[in-house]
Design a protein around this ligand. Structure first.
Ligand code: PLP
Length: 389
């Protein structure tokens, strides 16, 4: 019997992430400096761990409300209003999700119907494509270019809008490029969306990891955007809590009602203990975040200056997140071949730009969530390696 043919082919044929392919491969290898997976190398701050331990000891081990405990939603509402200019009701418009991905999946499932077009960048974080494939929606790509600081340019977005465009996905600070959208570009895209009633999914996973001069701005705070925008936040990157799986979907009540149903039928709610820890993360001291950002600023410099010094690879200084998107086009090699050879011969892992879409070819993503010492070692190995090519 052909089991596969009987299954949901949208699910079966959904693309597998090229990032995972590399990380699964290098996991088995020794002496490799890991610059592939995008995950902070810091430990979870002590006061957050304490809150989780207390929750376990207090027996906070039962079902919580589907959208999350009110204490957490209220703490989140204060943060979103004061820091992001997003004024949403914790009762009906703020939902605790299972990581940022929980917000992305439930929001897209609520907003798109099969055949709808969704504008995404190219290069793109491939998870959006997996979700859109499952939902039978069509990704429409807008190339983001190095010369524009990897910004999604409003004119190029405009050129891709059709009567079927349902959502524009903005991811700033950006994975994989480290670009941060400028205020003027965000304002122009917001104007396009507001005039046409197009939804925006704003992935702000890396909002705190601002490394350069461009400030973070939440598009949902711009005129006309409140009721068209779903903003996704996560504690994964800000507090090094990737495994704790706490994120947020901030959306007008009609969209929130839908995404809460998706969340209810898939995860029921986010982990109870992690929700208590999340309250401590949002309401406790924030100096841990400032320290981490300072460290990432230093590391961004080490990797980009180190790669530029090779004169075979160039790399613009990342403005945000913890990714350096290095240009290897001078080498005339496919990015996948380059990465596989670099892993084998230089013992440094990274992700080939082609894993992030057609326009990622000619680039390699180095994740600098690693110690200064390891990044310096990686630069040394890469410099020696490129001389052999
Ligand atoms: N969005 C982007 C661009 C990411 O890079 C990630 C994680 O790597 C996420 C969302 C989701 O993060 P999580 O589900 O761990 O909160």
């Amino acid at each position: 019997m052909d089991i596969k043919a009987k299954l949901n082919l949208n699910v079966i044929n959904a693309p597998m992430s090229g990032i995972r392919k590399i990380s699964d491969m290098v996991m088995q290898m020794k002496d490799v400096v890991r610059m592939d997976l995008g995950e902070p190398d810091f430990d979870v701050p002590e006061h957050i761990k304490e809150a989780a331990i207390k929750a376990i000891k207090d027996g906070f081990s039962h079902y919580t409300p589907g959208p999350g405990i009110m204490e957490l939603r209220k703490a989140a509402a204060v943060k979103f209003k004061s820091e992001n200019g997003l004024d949403y009701d914790p009762e009906t418009e703020i939902t605790v999700t299972q990581g940022g991905i929980g917000a992305i999946f439930s929001a897209l499932q609520t907003m798109v119907n099969p055949g709808d077009e969704v504008i995404v960048s190219d290069p793109v974080w491939p998870v959006y494509l997996g979700v859109l494939g499952i939902l039978e929606a069509k990704p429409v790509f807008v190339t983001i270019k190095e010369k524009n600081g990897f910004n999604m340019m409003p004119d190029e977005v405009k050129a891709k809008i059709t009567s079927k465009t349902k959502v524009i996905v903005i991811n700033s600070p950006n994975n994989p490029t480290g670009g941060v959208m400028t205020e003027s570009n965000l304002k122009a895209i917001a104007k396009l969306a507001a005039e046409r009633g197009i939804f925006v999914l704003s992935d702000e996973s890396y909002e705190k990891l601002i490394l350069g001069k461009t400030k973070h701005l939440s598009i949902g705070s711009l005129p006309g955007m409140r009721d068209l925008t779903v903003t996704q936040f996560t504690l994964s990157k800000t507090y090094a809590m990737t495994g704790w799986r706490i994120g947020f979907a901030v959306a007008p009540k009609e969209i929130s009602a839908g995404l809460r149903k998706v969340s209810l039928y898939t995860i029921t709610h986010a982990n109870s203990v992690a929700q208590k820890a999340a309250v401590a993360a949002l309401t406790g001291p924030q100096d841990c975040v400032a320290k981490m950002v300072e460290a990432f600023r230093g590391r961004a410099k080490i990797i980009s200056e180190g790669l530029n010094a090779t004169d075979k690879i160039s790399c613009i200084q990342p403005e945000g997140a913890f990714y350096a998107f290095a240009n290897i086009s001078k080498l005339n090699m496919k990015s996948e071949d380059f990465v596989l050879k670099m892993i084998k011969e230089a013992r440094v892992s990274a992700v080939n730009g082609s894993s992030f879409g057609e326009s990622g070819e000619g680039f390699v993503r180095f994740c600098f969530a690693n110690s200064d010492e390891n990044i310096k070692e990686a630069v040394k190995r890469i410099s020696a390696f490129v001389k052999t090519l």
